[in-house]
Each structure stands twice: as C-alpha cells, then as structure tokens.
Write a protein that binds this ligand. Sequence first.
Ligand code: PRP
Length: 207
Amino acid sequence: MLNIALPKGRLGEKVYAMFEAAGFPCPSILENSRKLIFENPEAGVRYFWVKPSDVAIYVERGAADIGVAGKDILLEYEPDIYELVDLGVGKCRMAVAAPKGFVDTGLRTLRVATKFSRIAQNHYTAVGRDIELIHLNGSIEIAPILGLSDVIVDIVETGTTLRENNLEVIEEIVPISARFISNKASFRFHRGEIEKMASYLLREAGR
Ligand code: PRP
C-alpha cells in the first residue's frame, strides 16, 4: 500500500479528486468526519490529511511515500525529495508587494517582511540588492502598512488581500502550483506504481 500525504483544506479536496479520477479512489475520505487517515486496500492506497506546509516533511522522512505540496514550500525548505508532476492546481505567484506608489531608490537596505525567508533572500541575492529580512508567520500585508518593513514577499492568488490593504505587486518572483512529490527510497522500491500514478495524474492535470 502506498502512503499518500495530502494537504488538508480546499486544495487537498481538489487534489484528492484528481487521484480518484486517476484510478486511486478511497470513498471513505469523502465522509464528513474528523478522521485524518483513510485507506482503500483494493486500490493500494492510504491517504492522510496533513497541514499543507508539512507534506514535504512527511515525504522527505518517509512517513509518506508520496504526496502533494506547493512549489512555494519546495522552494522555501528545499526538501530532499523527487518532484514528479506539476498538477496545475493551486495556482498563484510569489511576488514582491509594496504600498501603492513605493519606489525603491536603492539608497538604503531594503526591509523585507515574509514567511518565505529563503525565497526572498535568494531573489534579492540574485539581483544583488542588500536586504534586511523580517521573518513573520502570517498577515504579512500589515508589515509595510505599520512601517515594520518597506516591502513584503508573499503569495498572491486573486490579489484581493493586496488591494484591500492598498498594496500592489512590484515584482513577480516565481509562479506557484501544486506538485506531486515522492520520497527518494520509496521511488526506488515502488518505481512502477509511482510512475504509473504520476502518468495518470499528469493526464488528469492536462484535462
Ligand atoms: C495567502 C497569502 C495572502 C493571501 C493571498 O494567505 O499570504 O495573504 O493568501 O490571496 P489573495 O491574493 O487571493 O488575496 P493564507 O490564506 O495562506 O494565510 P496566511 O499567509 O495568513 O497564513
């Protein structure tokens, strides 16, 4: 049986539907309960719901053979896993945003608030800009409004959060979407099954 870590929440439900359509159903998962683990021995799958930002940890450490994680998490934590398929769902972008009208004169160190410190640091290192990182855990949009930072690096999906807080995107860093990932040892032991699943999911992603 393959152990599969799915991101709990709306994205996870969409992703489960893709696994089901790809031929790996587990009807009990749709029952509205507080349970976190569901299995269907006939289909050879055991699913569990975990916090989206934790999926890569389960997969990297082998508690899950495979799973689905956002590209943002993969770029931020660089887990030692295989990234197999871009599922084309959970699409958003990682961007730099600032209060409307902000111009970076480049004259002093730029204060950057973010939950994604590695992504932000890599971005500014690549463009050769000195920054001071301010690591926050959520509600990042407040930081520049209160003068805690000059800009933020965060996920933008619809843009509503930025708009409602008088912020705007000043730079796109990278597009984000959900990725099908595998533990490295599991991939060696179950290569046939995992590759079959990857190819069926790729077909679902193209629909
Ligand atoms: C993300 C992100 C933005 C928001 C963007 O937050 O940090 O705040 O979504 O979406 P929008 O462009 O559609 O408005 P999330 O809901 O993941 O919560 P958190 O960052 O506060 O943990």
